[in-house]
Structures are given as structure tokens and as C-alpha cells.
Design a protein around this ligand. Structure first.
Ligand SMILES: [Zn+2]
Length: 319
């Protein structure tokens, strides 16, 4: 059985169990945090992260994947704290978000960027021995750019060098998932190692099937974030895709954060009250079952598919 890298070390892929494939312990504006630390309450944020993870574990969740990236506040010390307090199997990654490419990387080449990612996978993150389990990149609303082309190629090369899978944030309204797959394939990545995140932000089945035909997993991973697409439409999309035989290609999650500093206090609770770690269990799974999704299909989406994405075998090229 292949091994998967968690914050507390490698575990057998068969041990992952019920997995939320896209949740965040904390999303935080890195530069603001570094320069104006008085705006933050580190202790309260740690407590919230522990509380959210604990609530999920009460529903049987054994593993959480946190695809927090650079500029969104990736922090190994927070991850280690939560793991120690809860015993959750936590996976963190390496890569970049969709903010402008920092000057440091802008004037250096693709392989320099790939080396930085490989370091996190082979040596460890932020000076610790905690290794990245996967690679993360993002193409959002503005679409592809020269900088993002470079980032995606670096992500692809780091994946080929290490065998680690890729999670690619996408913006379905501009069909960016297809552009991401195109670049990964040009670089030689097997699309079965890629998950196109936030595909569930659309119910355009034409786009989704076009994407699925290229071979990636898709993230139906923003349940509760109903201001982009309503709960009813998110559920109907997963129901229909299950009916069409795609249960083995979908991941279910919320993309929720125990703390997010992008909004003033109270905004999440008012605007998107179901956007938290357990809405799947409280509100989504009952509606999926009502729509005809079987317990077997739910187990496939929440248990088997995360392990398959993390481990589906890719030969490491000879070095
Ligand atoms: Zn996210």
C-alpha cells in the first residue's frame, strides 16, 4: 500500500479514511500579518482551528487536506499544533496562490521555481521536517497569464520529479480548468494526478464533462459557499454526475476556513452561514441521498477518491 505524507509523517494510504480534501485551518493575508501582527489574535485562531477540526472528527473525519498556499498564510507551526491537539491526519502542500508572482520568482526561471517546491516535498517546509504531500496552484477570475504559465509548468515539473499530485484552483466561469490541464499535459503530467478544484462552482455540465474527458479528478469542494452557486444547484450537479457514472472522479469538501481575515468579523456567519467544516454532514449528504446518490457512491467520493488522487501510480523518471 503506498504511503502518503502527513504533517506527523507518512501513513499508509489505506489509513486515510473519511477525508475532507479541501479545508483551511486559517486563511490569512501573509504580508499584513507580518507587518501588523497586532491585528491578529494568534491564540484565538489556534483555538478555532482545533475546534473546527474536532467538530469534523465527531462526524468520522480522519484526514483533512489543507491546500493553503503562499500569500494565504501557510504555517507549519499552526498545523503541528492542531495535529497534536486533535490527532487528525493533516496533509499540507506547497505551491503558489493566484496573487501576482513575487518579484523574487518573476525574474527567475521555471526550474528555479520547481526547485523551491521540490525542496518542500523532499526536505520539509519552513525549516521543519514536515513534508508537502501535494502541489497547489491557481488560475482565478483574471484567467491565464505569462506568470501563471510559468507557475503551472513549475508545478508540473515538481510533480514529475517527486511523484506528488497536483491540486489546481480554477474559476469555472472562464473554463480555466481546461487551460490548466492543457499545460500539465504539455509538461507530461498524467491528468489522473490532477484535481481541478472548485469545479463545483458551476452547474454547466457541458464544461464539466469536457473537463472530465481529459482525465482529472474534480473538486465539488465549496459546499456552503452559496453566494457563488446555490446549495440546491451544487447538490443537483453532484446528483446528476453520479447518475452519469462519475462518482469515482469527484471530491466533496467545503473550502471553509476556521479563520479567514479577508472579511470583517461576522461576515461569514451572516453571508454564508453554512460555510464550515461539517455542512456536508448536516446538510449536503442528506440531500444527495434524497437525490438518489448511494452510500457506496458517497464512500467513494469521501474515502476512496482522495486516496486514489494522492497515490495513483506514476513511475518516477530515472534520475
Ligand atoms: Zn481553498
Amino acid at each position: 500500500m503506498p504511503l502518503v505524507e502527513t504533517v506527523s509523517g507518512p501513513v499508509d494510504a489505506g489509513e486515510l479514511g473519511l477525508t475532507l480534501v479541501h479545508e483551511h485551518l486559517r486563511i490569512s493575508s501573509e504580508s499584513v500579518r507580518a507587518q501588523y501582527p497586532h491585528l491578529y489574535d494568534e491564540q484565538a485562531e489556534r483555538e478555532r482551528a482545533v475546534a473546527e477540526v474536532s467538530r469534523a472528527m465527531e462526524h468520522g473525519v480522519r484526514t483533512i487536506v489543507d491546500p493553503v498556499a503562499m500569500d494565504f498564510g501557510r504555517d507549519v507551526t499552526l498545523a503541528l499544533h492542531v495535529v497534536e491537539e486533535t490527532g487528525i491526519q493533516l496533509l499540507i502542500g506547497t505551491g503558489l496562490g493566484y496573487l501576482p508572482l513575487p518579484q523574487h520568482f518573476a525574474r527567475r526561471d521555471v526550474d528555479y521555481l520547481a526547485d523551491a517546491f521540490v525542496h518542500d516535498i523532499e526536505e520539509g517546509i519552513q525549516g521543519t521536517g514536515v513534508k508537502a504531500a501535494f502541489l497547489k496552484c491557481a488560475v482565478d477570475e483574471p484567467g491565464m497569464s505569462e506568470d501563471l504559465d510559468k507557475v503551472l509548468r513549475a508545478i508540473a515539473r515538481a510533480s514529475l520529479r517527486t511523484g506528488r499530485p497536483i491540486m489546481a484552483h480554477s474559476h469555472p466561469a472562464n473554463r480555466s480548468g481546461l487551460e490548466e490541464i492543457e499545460i500539465f499535459e504539455q509538461e507530461g503530467v498524467d491528468p489522473a494526478r490532477v484535481q481541478i478544484a472548485h469545479t463545483g462552482d458551476t452547474d454547466d455540465l457541458g464544461y464539466i464533462e469536457e473537463l472530465l474527458a481529459r482525465g482529472p479528478f474534480i473538486g465539488m469542494d465549496r459546499f456552503g459557499f452559496d453566494i457563488v452557486l446555490s446549495h440546491r444547484r451544487r447538490v443537483a450537479t453532484v446528483v446528476e454526475l453520479c447518475r452519469r457514472g462519475y462518482a469515482d472522479r469527484m471530491h466533496l469538501s467545503h473550502d471553509a476556513a476556521a479563520t479567514i481575515d479577508w472579511f470583517p468579523p461576522g461576515w461569514v456567519e451572516r453571508a454564508v452561514p453554512n460555510w464550515h467544516y461539517t455542512w456536508l454532514f448536516d446538510g449536503v449528504l442528506p440531500d444527495l441521498r434524497e437525490g438518489g446518490v448511494t452510500d457506496g457512491q458517497i464512500a467513494t467520493m469521501l474515502e476512496k477518491n482522495p486516496a486514489r488522487w494522492l497515490t495513483s501510480s506514476v513511475e518516477r523518471p530515472p534520475t
